[in-house]
Design a protein around this ligand. Structure first.
Ligand code: SF4
Length: 449
């Protein structure tokens, strides 16, 4: 996550740069349940309104949370699916707070109602993030449910009025960028504390629908608006927070923004951004899915590092043997293409490796989601770029670059998008694949990088 407001405050109120601070454990996003009452277009977990067998029991979840705390994990984000569908959400959240963790709740908001708000507020969640992908019809289309927008907004208002810190989470695409100004207006009108602009990452349905990813001009316009809005709040002394996610090149874009407006602060900002260091997958961020599989982040569900039913998270996370984790923890990361020649690799960290992997089969290829020009990145003689290609069933066969996978798929046994569904035997939403409309097909999986 890129804390835009925090870095903008460095312009009027600079603080001394120092060495990169690493917490003893990562921030952990835990998918308590995969079931969801919505079926969003960009859901990385491909959730649906069905039961998913083999999920962690409440006892296993609680045991894992105790291990996380002992390991030095500073923050736990409870997610799903829709976490409010988990029957023991309150007990789990309460226990995590008792252990002293910062506990966030990531929800679609539609199930926060008058009957539940008091018990949710009593847990003492440090933050409640509600996804809103546009205004009214846009959001309902993305969430594939009429009325979802109004239900989510009711949840936001109830949580805010109960004294909880609330944020909106917006995933930017070509199809909803036009609603960004209105959403920022909504934030102001509703006195919402935080706004999270997430760029599209290519996991789950986000990968299937990657053709809707914002093209670079759209992304730049959105970032310009976000920067100007966040800066206005900093200047007015208002306690609103703006953050972004899934595109660490945002930090480099900010640096250019500062260079154009406050050139005397550029060197300071650069030092602070290098101290931050960019993408933190596999280092300061981790994911535990509903089955107990551990991943470098929420978009790496194709790669399991181990399962907490068999080994504690702390042992899995410390295990130095996994090749992907070795690369993610190497500084600088072993990236290639334009990322390798980029003058800001120390600031961005090479960005999101999942997009590179999904498009090329190589987790160390340049990130195709980088929206800055070669000139802006100090890249000399850059060749052709990796460009966005729509998701296609050919990607799901034997991978053209990486061959076949040595083990059964870690999550479902077959591919999480197209494979045979564990309980229904068919794709969870349509019964057939949404693009090919053909029979479900098993993946010849990719090599674990
Ligand atoms: S070229 Fe790569 S390292 Fe440089 S800003 Fe873009 S994504 Fe980051």
């Amino acid at each position: 996550m890129f804390r835009l407001t925090q870095f903008l405050k460095e312009i009027p109120y600079p603080t001394p740069p120092g060495p990169r601070r690493r917490p003893p454990g990562p921030v952990v996003i835990m998918n308590l349940i995969r079931r969801c009452n919505l079926a969003c277009q960009h859901c990385y977990s491909i959730s649906a309104d069905i039961d998913f067998p083999g999920e962690l029991t409440t006892a296993q979840i609680l045991r894992t949370i105790e291990d996380l705390r002992a390991f030095g994990v500073p923050a736990l984000i409870l997610s799903g699916g829709e976490p409010l569908l988990h029957p023991d959400l309150i007990a789990i959240g309460t226990r995590a707070k008792e252990l002293g963790l910062y506990v966030g709740l990531s929800t679609n908001g539609t199930l926060i109602d008058e009957a539940r708000i008091a018990s949710l507020a009593r847990v003492g969640f440090d933050y409640v993030g509600v996804s809103l992908d546009g205004i009214e019809g846009t959001h309902d289309r993305f969430r594939r449910k009429a009325g979802a927008y109004q239900a989510s907004l009711r949840g936001v208002r109830l949580a805010r009025d109960a004294g909880m810190k609330v944020g909106l989470r917006f995933t930017l695409t070509q199809d909803n960028a036009h609603d960004l100004p209105a959403l920022l207006g909504l934030m102001e009108a509703e006195r919402i504390d935080k706004f999270y602009l997430s760029h599209l990452n290519y996991g789950g349905r986000g990968n299937i629908n990657r053709k809707t990813d914002a093209v670079f001009r759209t992304t730049r316009r959105a970032m310009d608006l976000l920067l100007d809005t966040a800066w206005g709040h900093v200047m007015a002394g208002r306690a609103r927070e703006f953050v972004t996610g899934n595109n660490d090149a945002d930090a480099v874009y900010l640096l250019h923004w500062v260079r154009a407006r406050f050139p005397r602060r550029e060197a300071h900002l650069r030092a602070k951004l290098a101290q931050w260091g960019g993408n933190a997958s596999g280092m300061d961020v981790a994911n535990i899915d509903n089955l107990g599989n551990v991943h470098p982040d929420t978009f790496w569900w194709d790669v399991s590092l181990g399962n907490v039913k068999e080994r504690p998270f702390s042992a899995i996370w410390r295990d130095p043997r996994h090749a992907l984790m070795q690369g993610l923890r190497t500084s600088p990361r072993p990236v290639t293409g334009r990322c390798r020649g980029c003058a800001y690799l120390d600031v961005c960290g090479g960005n999101t490796r999942v997009r590179a992997w999904q498009l090329t089969g190589d987790p160390w290829a340049e990130d195709p989601g980088c929206y800055l020009d070669d000139d802006e990145l100090g890249i000399q003689g850059g060749g052709p770029r990796v460009t966005l290609s729509p998701y296609h069933r050919s990607v799901m066969g034997t991978h053209p670059v990486m061959g076949t996978h040595p083990i059964t798929h870690p999550v479902m046994g077959t591919h999480p998008v197209m494979g045979t569904h564990p309980s229904t035997g068919t794709y969870p939403i349509t019964g057939t694949h949404p693009i090919t409309q053909g029979a479900p097909q098993a993946l010849s999986p990719k090599v674990v990088p």
